[in-house]
Design a protein around this ligand. Structure first.
Ligand SMILES: *Cc1c(COP(=O)(O)O)cnc(C)c1O
Length: 399
């Protein structure tokens, strides 16, 4: 049977480069980087070389890199740090957007319970926000702006450099959740005025459970956990060296191929978009071009997303209805609602996220498979019958 993995926004297959980079640290170089003997020093040297690799890729200094257990932890620590620094100066207001990842939104929820005030900006129906809207939301007591670099569901790429410039001018810390962008889009933290940035290895063909928090020098990190002196005491616990080595290798290789893969993916993405647009009463989610090279997100009227996914899986296509965290719950995705999609439409969503291993032939197969499954589900749907008979009005019009 066919097997097409089109859920690369949820996680990616590890690359051979990353696996090969990890093996020596699973099998031979097992020392603890904190140990003073030779085995420990060999591990410590490797750790620092990985730190330099990550720093080079982000345009920062090695000492500005902290290794974490992934994107969620980096998001938590970045936001907690800015909140803690702000609170010391009586600044307890944070600006963010309604369509952030839950690692950001739920951290902000927790801070609200602790007395912070949060302004969540609405995104436009194309999944974008404007830097001017961020500027207008900043108040004298704002301690942090946190806006994601690229959205994990609808794939839109936000104007990060412009938002960074606004924040720098206003003297407000700027964090970006760059988990979907890292390894896929160019990032330069200095040129883009980014103070804090989160990334995660498993979104760019590295291992799971490892990520980076970049914090501009001079920003003292607030601990989430307490323990030994690892990561300058700011992220204690013996380093997961094999994973860190895999991440550094995966990041370096992703950046080495960034342009070539980006143009190849953009072509496949656009082919898939054009193909799926042929399906009646379908709607692309997110801006057509200001989106991740491998992201395609659609709503289909009269369809239930879960059934769509299961039937696609039967045809060998592994897709998602939104974020992996939301699927399995009956609530429609907060991202699609933030784009202003009505509930009944947000339920019929499909996200196909490609990788550099996706082929044109696979894209064509997916177009056919989605069209067939949508057709079938509509043929057995009472909602679709009501729409056809005019008892109910279409939300998505045909172009
Ligand atoms: C995957 C993801 C995260 C979480 O990263 P983990 O390493 O899985 O904790 C955070 N933000 C975005 C945008 C993501 O896509």
């Amino acid at each position: 049977m066919r097997h097409i993995y089109a859920d690369n926004a949820a996680t990616t297959k590890m690359g051979q480069v990353a696996i090969r980079a990890m093996l020596p640290y699973l099998d031979g170089i097992y020392g603890n980087p904190s140990s003073l003997h030779s085995a420990g020093q060999a591990a410590a040297e490797a750790l620092e070389s990985a730190r330099e690799t990550m720093a080079r890729g982000l345009g920062c200094e090695a000492r500005e890199i902290t290794f974490t257990s992934g994107g969620s932890e980096a998001d938590n620590q970045a936001i907690r740090t800015a909140a803690w620094l702000g609170a010391r100066k009586g600044k307890k207001h944070i600006v963010s957007t309604a369509f952030e990842h839950h690692a950001v939104l739920h951290t902000l929820d927790a801070l609200v319970k602790e007395g912070f005030e949060v302004t969540l900006l609405d995104v436009h129906d194309d999944g974008l926000i404007a830097a001017e809207e961020v500027a207008a939301a900043i108040r004298p007591d704002t301690c942090l702006v946190t806006v994601m670099y690229a959205n994990n569901e609808v794939g839109t790429v936000e104007p990060i450099s412009e938002i960074g410039a606004v924040c720098r001018e206003r003297g407000v810390l700027f964090h970006t959740d760059a988990v979907q962008a890292a390894g896929h889009l160019p990032i330069h933290v200095v040129e883009q005025n980014i103070d804090l940035l989160s990334l995660s290895a498993h979104k760019f063909h590295g291992p799971k459970g490892v990520g980076v928090l970049y914090a501009r020098k001079g920003i003292p990190l607030q601990n989430l956990i307490y323990g030994g002196g690892q990561e300058r005491g700011k992220r204690p616990g013996t380093e997961n060296l094999p994973a860190i080595m895999g991440m550094a290798a995966a990041f370096e290789e992703a950046l080495a191929h960034l342009e070539e893969r980006s143009s190849q993916l953009t072509a496949l993405r656009d082919r898939l978009i054009v193909g799926l647009e042929q399906i009646p009463h379908s709607l692309l989610n997110g801006h057509r071009t200001k989106r991740l090279p491998g992201n395609v997100s659609f709503c289909f009227e009269g369809i239930e997303g879960e059934s769509l996914l299961l039937l696609l899986d039967d045809k060998g296509v592994e897709a998602s209805s939104g974020s992996a965290c939301t699927s399995g719950s009956l609530d429609p995705s907060h991202v699609l609602l933030a784009l202003g999609r009505p509930h009944e439409i947000a339920h019929g969503s499909l996200r196909l996220t490609l990788s550099h291993e996706t082929t044109e032939e696979e894209v064509d197969y997916m177009i056919g498979a989605v069209a067939e499954v949508v057709d079938y589900l509509r043929s057995i749907s009472p909602v679709w019958r009501d729409l056809q008979s005019g008892k109910q009005n279409f939300v998505i019009q045909n172009k």
